[in-house]
Ligand binder design. Structure first.
Ligand code: ADP
Length: 669
């Protein structure tokens, strides 16, 4: 076995590999770009080497520098993880050239599967079923079009060098063919430096079912069952599960045998995945083989009880596979949900930011979190925006799914948009519960998955109101007397008059709507309670706030909530309900009309759209002064009272940070 390995990767997979190596008594070396100086994988490894600048091309993709780091630290082997250098045959060869073991298949196997079309030719010869299509050399557009016409539409154009769903186009009819071909070629040459295309029949409602295979250097090969990865957005996986619902032992064995045949056809060693499209009628077709560990390998580990990284290390060190096919079995059901910094409402575009608050669900026998980040870390634009993989296991699919929903409900992240709510909606949808899976799942169930949750809002509004008022009062307590903190106008020392109601007004933006809330404070000491009014509702509440943790009593219903604030945006979590909100107007103080401060601040990061009055103008309470645009929505900043706007600090078109003072306001006496 190796004494020391270098992990040529970052993030969760680097941490994942380090964990197994450590358990096996193997020392680890991390590599890092200057953006990852304080990253978790660097902290976890025994040693770490700086390999360059943040862009992957200047660090994680530099095979020469990575190899030099391995030589410098005396590592016996390199684990490439996934992505980066993991499917780079040249790098694999260079490693062996330096006497360092590449933990993966031989370079020849990587090459054989590196081109989707070459892979298909090999598989065809080995008798593995293929999606009908053309995957030859002739790239003449007219020829390709006639091949498509022969197959019948819809067809799918795919870049032979493609990956990650790029360079693919669905073509529905002959007249769209030329435009789609040109577009796919442009994208492919930009992304992969290769615009060769294959054309295949586009299956209407296939499932993506893949088989985990493992081979050693002694002629042994097994399959570790299947994973269903049909739930995809932008042709990229988002929730995976094992075993695949509805796949019976007979189909499993047929697919498993085909996958092993595929691996044997290219003299494969180590961990690999053979991806198939499974059609409604049970026919399956080879799609491609990934010659590395997959992102979603944990679901296979959960149902087999095996550590695939340990197997990889053992096989790479020359050992035989630890188990034979008839010693392998499936126990229970597992899901993996990929938690991303991305905006599901904006076509799942990645977002960046600082993880200002991060609390993952508690890990247990049933819940596993694979991550490479901690609270306070940055999700930067340089790398994959995946925050974590949430993996759950239980005895059967229904139980495992309940675990998944619960764990998603317990996931607390703020500082950036994430797909956690989206994943929760998806996992708790009845269609997903019924395992009505295929690669069009998200589009087909868009309505159900993207639904707004009025239930959440109902439950969360009083909690949000209570939090705001308690938080203000806490801030006021901390501010010394006479200090006019603009955010704590409600100053206990000056404003308190016994037996008079105390009123607070907040305007929130929640679920893209403006909601005005008023909170009336009644009683003192132990009898203190709040009457919260919003829309046409009125609820009575009590509460206690300790830091971010709120214990509330809403009309006799005792609830707990956690609230995190970042950049003027609040995230409130309570049980399975989560809402985000921001403040449109700060608390305008007490009901006697006295404006509490003489400034108005931007409720969040955004752009000034218009300044509606001139500096020095006299305005009346409620008059629009400034329009801001943030989160693709316009927000009005209004006069808190009758008075004069003495100054504006921004003009139309300027960017402002949340919390920035926008204008100076002098209220009438
Ligand atoms: P990439 O390497 O870019 O991930 P794949 O060939 O693995 O591309 O395909 C990605 C996804 O695209 C599949 O999981 C499936 O959802 C869809 N897909 C690929 N080929 C077909 C096809 N012939 N018909 C229908 N969907 C397909």
């Amino acid at each position: 076995m190796f004494n020391k390995i270098l992990i040529a990767n970052r993030g969760e997979i680097a941490c994942r590999v380090i964990r197994s190596a450590r358990r096996m008594g193997i020392a680890t070396v991390a590599i890092y770009s200057s953006a990852d100086r304080n990253a978790l994988h660097v902290e976890m490894a025994d040693e770490a080497i700086l390999i360059g600048e943040p862009p992957p091309r200047e660090s994680y993709l530099r095979g020469d520098i990575v190899l030099a780091a391995a030589l410098r630290t005396g590592a016996d082997a390199i684990h490439p993880g996934y992505g980066f250098l993991s499917e780079n045959a040249d790098f694999c060869r260079q490693c062996s050239g330096e006497g360092i073991t590449f933990i993966g298949p031989p370079a020849s196997a990587i090459e054989a599967m590196g081109s989707k079309s070459a892979a298909k030719r090999i598989m065809e010869q080995a008798g593995v079923p293929l999606v009908p299509g053309y995957h030859g050399e002739n790239q003449d557009p007219e020829f390709l079009r006639s091949a498509a016409n022969e197959m019948g539409y819809p067809v799918l154009l795919k870049a032979v060098a493609g990956g990650g769903g790029k360079g693919m186009r669905i073509v529905d009819s002959p007249d769209q063919f030329d435009g789609a071909l040109a577009g796919a070629r442009r994208e492919a040459s930009k992304s992969f430096g290769n615009d060769v295309m294959l054309v295949e029949k586009y299956l209407r409602q296939p499932r993506h079912v893949e088989i985990q295979v493992f081979c050693d250097n002694h002629g042994n090969a097994v399959y570790l069952f299947e994973r269903d990865c049909s739930v995809q957005r932008r042709h990229q996986k988002i929730i995976e599960e094992a075993p695949a619902p509805g796949v019976d032992t007979h189909l499993r064995a047929r697919m498993g045998d085909a996958a092993v045949m595929a691996a044997r056809a290219i003299d494969y060693t180590g961990a690999g995945t053979v991806e198939f499209l499974l059609d409604r009628d049970g026919t399956f077709y080879f799609m491609e083989m990934n010659t590395r560990l997959q992102v979603e390998h944990p679901v296979t580990e959960m149902i087999t009880g095996l550590d695939l990284v340990e197997w990889q290390l053992r096989v790479a060190a020359g050992a035989s596979l630890p188990l034979g096919q008839d010693q392998l079995s499936i126990d229970g059901h597992a899901f993996e949900a990929r938690v991303y910094a991305e905006d599901p409402d904006n076509d799942f575009l990645p977002v960046t930011g600082t993880l200002s608050y991060l609390q993952a669900p508690a890990e247990s026998r049933h819940v596993r979190i694979d991550t490479g980040v901690r609270q306070g870390d940055e999700v930067s634009a340089y790398y994959d925006p995946m925050i974590a993989k949430l993996v759950v296991w239980d005895e059967d699919r229904n139980r495992a799914l309940r675990r998944l929903c619960k764990a998603l409900a317990d996931y607390r992240i703020s500082g950036m948009k994430t797909n956690v709510d989206f994943l929760y909606n998806l996992a708790s949808s009845s269609a997903f519960q019924q395992a009505d899976l295929d690669t069009g799942f998200i589009e087909r169930h868009h309505q159900e998955i993207f639904h707004q949750q009025p239930h959440d809002l109902e439950r969360a509004m009083p909690l949000a109101a209570l939090y705001l008022v308690l938080e203000r009062s806490e801030t006021a307590r901390q501010v010394s007397h006479g200090n006019s903190d603009p955010w704590s106008p409600w100053n206990l020392a000056s404003g308190w008059r016994l037996n008079e109601p105390h009123l607070h007004h907040f305007e929130l933006i929640v679920q893209e709507q403006e909601v005005a809330i008023s909170i009336e404070q009644q009683g003192i000491g132990a009898a203190q309670r709040y009457v919260i009014r919003y829309r046409d509702r009125e609820v009575c509440a009590r509460g206690d706030l300790q830091g971010q943790h709120l214990v509330a009593d809403i009309e006799g219903h005792r609830l707990q909530a956690t609230v995190a604030e970042h950049d003027g945006r609040y995230s409130l979590y309570s049980g399975d309900c989560a809402i985000q909100f921001s403040l449109l107007q700060p608390d305008l103080g007490e009901s006697d009309g006295e404006p509490a401060n003489n400034s108005l601040v931007a409720p969040m990061n955004g752009t000034i759209v218009a300044v509606l009055v001139a500096a020095g103008s006299r305005v009346t309470k409620g008059e629009q002064l400034v329009i801001m645009e943030a989160m693709k929505m316009e927000h009005s900043i209004r006069a808190p009272a009758d008075g004069v706007v003495s100054r504006f600090f921004y003009q139309a078109g300027e960017l402002v940070d949340g919390g920035a003072q926008l204008l100076e306001f002098e209220a009438d006496e």
